[in-house]
Design a binder for this molecule. Structure first.
Ligand code: IFM
Length: 674
């Protein structure tokens, strides 16, 4: 299970930073090389630790880089891009999360081989370990300069104040406190050898290497957050063994084996997707950012991606992690109450881009490429489906684990607050005698401020209805606890919600089996994605909003009705799922990585297994293939795509177990209970 790349291509540095990412749910270390710096987007991203600098976007913090290293031979620095390189390979063992680079240099008279491997320990989450090995064909004198690089890559920094560095014997320390909340971040790096000197905060090692002899330098680093204590007596071999053992356990309960003809590449892509999910599973009270631990893109914020695309994997493979993700939303209920209140509503309106419950989404999320003016977007104000996505996550978690305690300890209260929000947000149409959800934004972000988005209405209906059922079920068993929760909502609140759900407008499929995405969608221009793409004046212009090329057409950014049909298939017949799959296909740009898996699942549900396979590969290979957009003007938008990884897992385990292409003979799904 090894991903390998041969040769060095400076153009691929940013892409490989994502592709060769290592992590342990707490720290993500980008797949860069020891000698790289902030220019190469080296990143040691910390999960769930946010900081904001005046006038800039708040985002997750990158720690100081403990594994910075320079190698000199005869006074010349040897790098992967210098003219002495004979051979360069880098690899990632997804079986145990170990990154390795091997570079061979011509040092005049012989070859010098540098091997450096590192991992973020899954066993001791504070720990990052690295082993560097040098071997030369001739005798050489080299120098290694190693230390903690505090001059780090940040999108909206600097996030640290009072940065200081120290050293004692074979240990280097770097300390900083975040600007906003004063959280201490300490990085400690312990070498396996005593340096010959420490100068300018870096350890210098003189290396006298005889031909054929091997020189080893181990570095054990720890990233300590908020004054955590460091661990002692660590060494590379022990940490390596413990890490491998832990990974073995993780794979035992998470692997999905595919058997069939010519599917090796797909099997690897699926396992790579699972690897991405495993390195993101949080170990403390936080959730998973949309770009995982690959950096600060999207402000390190948590989107619906987690609940709708990632949670199913964790429920099946590690319910404790799933619980942590659900609890994150319960814990941040106050933020959702405050957001609703700020718009004049009651109940829970969750953050579109959550940073500990605070909505980090800007009112102006796009810059017009022609005028360079900020464009008012409505992701934050109108994407109200986020609350139902979270409700569904709580419901699914409960249904699949039976964890009543979670409902009793905040889960039910959260569901009821979400119900209250929809009740208050809706409008009663006295002519049509029904509730409607007006002025919303569905998963297709190109059509803003629409009425009765099918995805939103059905999700709200389903979750509110299910909330009332759960209240009834639990009331029988825990009457006092449930009454205590219900009391704060006033008399007969469950009946109010039930009545509301029964009267909420749910669009139906037409005679062709197709459901209209929102009121008036069918009247929009019948143009395909290719038609609309051909109208672009600037390749980077925004397709949605008030003036975008897609706005007046049926072209949508990502699966919307199709997403609904695969999320709540009980409201569709098989024929209707197929009809919607076929109808919306030519209109869907797949401008979001979340879209492919919905199409794959719909294809499976409607018997198009070979098409499903193609959609599945697009989801599973997204980070392996790379090449996607990394920059939008000056703004870095790259990173890994966890939702696509989670989507690939869902397709393999929920789609191909029901409907397989002929060349796929078997799908064996591992889980915590098998
Ligand atoms: O949550 C998604 C959204 O649906 C489309 N834009 C990117 C977000 C983060 O992945």
């Amino acid at each position: 299970m090894i991903l390998t790349s041969k040769g060095f291509d400076s153009e691929k540095t940013v892409e490989y930073g994502n592709k060769f990412l290592t992590g342990n749910g707490r720290i993500g270390y980008r797949g860069t090389l020891d000698e790289m710096t902030r220019e190469h987007c080296v990143g040691v991203n910390i999960a769930g630790l946010y900081d904001g600098v005046a006038g800039k976007w708040r985002e997750t913090v990158n720690a100081f880089n403990p594994f910075y290293l320079r190698l000199y031979v005869n006074g010349k620095q040897l790098t992967a891009w210098c003219d002495s390189v004979i051979d360069h390979t880098q690899s990632l063992d997804i079986g145990c999360g170990v990154f390795e680079r091997k570079t061979v240099f011509d040092v005049g008279g012989g070859k010098l081989e540098l091997v450096s491997k590192r991992f973020c320990s899954m066993a001791n989450r504070k720990v990052l370990a690295s082993r560097l090995t040098l071997r030369c064909e001739t005798n050489i004198n080299a120098e290694l300069v190693a230390g903690i690089d505090t001059d780090i890559w940040e999108l909206n920094g600097p996030h640290f104040a009072n940065v200081s560095k120290e050293s004692k014997d074979n240990v280097l320390f770097a300390h900083g406190i975040t600007q906003e909340n004063g959280t201490a971040v300490d990085v400690v790096c312990e070498f396996s050898r005593l340096p010959d000197k420490v100068a300018d905060d870096f350890a210098h090692f003189a290396v006298h290497l005889e031909a054929g002899q091997v020189y080893v330098l181990d570095r054990i680093a720890q990233v300590l957050i908020g004054g955590e204590q460091s661990l002692f007596d660590l060494n590379f071999d022990n940490e390596y063994t413990k890490n491998v053992d832990k990974w073995r356990e993780l794979w035992h309960k998470s692997d999905v084996e595919l058997a069939g003809e010519g599917i090796e590449q797909a099997q690897f892509a699926l396992r790579y997707s699972i690897y991405q999910l495993l390195i993101l599973a949080p170990e403390r009270d936080c959730s998973i950012a949309a770009r995982g631990l690959s950096g600060q893109t999207y402000k390190g914020a948590v989107f619906w991606d987690t609940e709708m695309f990632l949670l199913p994997f964790y429920i099946k493979t590690d319910p404790n992690v799933a619980k942590r993700l659900v609890e994150y939303r319960i814990r941040t209920l106050n933020g959702a109450l405050a957001k609703a209140q700020s718009y004049g509503y009651k109940g829970a309106f969750y953050a579109w881009e959550s940073q500990d419950g605070i909505d980090a989404c800007s009112d102006f999320n796009v810059t017009d490429v022609f005028t360079h003016r900020p464009v008012r977007t409505y992701f934050k104000d109108k994407q109200i489906h986020i609350s139902a996505d979270i409700a569904l996550a709580i419901i699914r978690y409960f249904e699949q684990t039976g964890d009543e305690q979670l409902l009793l300890c905040g889960g039910l209260e959260t569901l009821l607050q979400i119900g209250l929000f929809y009740y208050g947000y809706s409008y009663f149409n006295h002519i049509k005698k029904r509730y409607e959800l007006l002025d919303v934004l569905g998963p297709d972000e190109y059509h803003e401020r629409v009425n009765n988005n099918a995805y939103t209405n059905y999700m709200a209906y389903h979750c509110v209805k299910r909330t009332t059922e759960l209240c009834d079920i639990l009331s029988g068993k825990y009457p006092d606890e449930i009454n205590a929760v219900l009391d704060s909502f006033g008399p007969n609140f469950c009946d109010t919600l039930r009545n509301w759900a029964d009267k909420l407008y749910l669009p139906k499929c037409n005679e062709n089996g197709v459901m209209e995405q929102f009121d008036g969608y069918f009247k929009l221009e019948d143009a395909t994605v290719e038609d609309v793409r051909g109208r672009l004046v600037n390749p980077r212009e925004y397709w949605g909003g008030t003036t975008g090329v897609a706005t007046a057409t049926r072209v949508i950014k990502q699966a919307d009705v199709v997403m609904l049909a695969v999320t709540l298939p009980q409201y569709f017949s098989t024929e209707q799922i197929e009809a919607n799959y076929k109808f919306y296909m030519p209109y869907t740009e797949h401008g979001s990585s979340l879209s492919f898996c919905a199409y794959a699942l719909a294809a499976c549900k409607s018997g198009h297994s070979e098409d499903a396979w193609k959609w599945f590969l697009q989801s599973a290979e997204i980070d392996l293939a790379g090449g996607g957009k990394q920059w939008a003007g000056d703004v870095y938008i790259g990173g890994t795509h966890p939702a696509a990884s989670g989507g690939a897992w869902m397709v393999a385990t929920q789609g191909f177990t029901q409907c397989r292409p002929t060349f796929l003979h078997k799908v064996k799904v591992h889980g915590y209970d098998n």
